[in-house]
Design a protein around this ligand. Structure first.
Ligand code: ZN
Length: 218
């Protein structure tokens, strides 16, 4: 079982699926030469890909181009299917910070062939994730500074206000096809500034009101 914690509680919460949005910030879609999608592009990371504060990302031997993508993580507290956007926020129990580690070279090869992205996005250690804070501690999740630096150099510096698809619409869209259950997590996409990390690098992230998350690369 793979677990996270909410608000410093010692009681672990079992994580189910981690549903991730691709291309949810305009400037990031453009930096990779992608169009802004008219419908959400989603993929799933397994819970086994999570690591935590102070842990190490281990780049698989089949990649030589591992990228960081800092993202606001949304923790689901109550089950729902076909959730209306107006009701969506009531299904959220917490917010955290995640890094969607991505093997860009592997992903490019898979994309070219029309294959799924899991080898590039779901490998062990591909989801560094913070402790979560209670949803009621965050007044507006669509107005939070979000940053990632590598070895002290700021690489990603944006605000969740720049999301294309907001959290209620995302939850409404996802639950047309997928039941969201307590312990599921949604990664809401990354702002511009993604880039490569190599062995020995340290990534430090911050989301306003949530806290920080720091991991290194083995
Ligand atoms: Zn991402």
């Amino acid at each position: 079982m793979h677990t996270i914690t909410l608000n410093g509680s010692e009681t672990p919460i079992a994580v189910g699926k981690i549903i991730c949005l691709a291309r949810n910030y305009v400037a990031h879609a453009h930096e990779l030469g992608n169009e802004v999608p008219s419908e959400p592009v989603i993929f799933i990371k397994p819970a086994s890909s999570m690591i935590f504060e102070g842990d190490q990302v281990e780049i698989p031997p089949y990649s030589d181009d591992c990228h960081h993508e800092v993202e606001l993580a949304v923790l689901i507290g109550t089950q729902g299917k076909n959730i209306a956007a107006e009701d969506a926020m009531s299904h959220i129990s917490g917010y955290g910070i995640a890094i969607d580690m991505t093997l860009r070279d592997t992903q490019a090869k898979l994309k070219e062939k029309g294959f799924p992205w899991e080898k590039a996005k779901g490998f062990d250690t591909a989801c560094p994730i913070s402790r979560f804070v209670n949803a009621d501690q965050i007044d507006d999740p669509h107005n939070l500074a979000i940053q990632l630096s590598v070895n002290g150099q700021l690489r990603q510096d944006s605000n969740t206000a720049c999301m294309i698809r907001r959290i209620p619409e995302t939850i409404a869209a996802i639950t047309q096809g997928f039941t969201l259950e307590p312990g599921d997590i949604i990664l809401t996409g990354t702002p511009a500034g993604v880039g490569r990390v190599v062995s020995g690098d340290t990534m430090a992230t911050m989301i306003e009101g949530i806290g920080t998350l720091q991991v290194s690369v083995k």
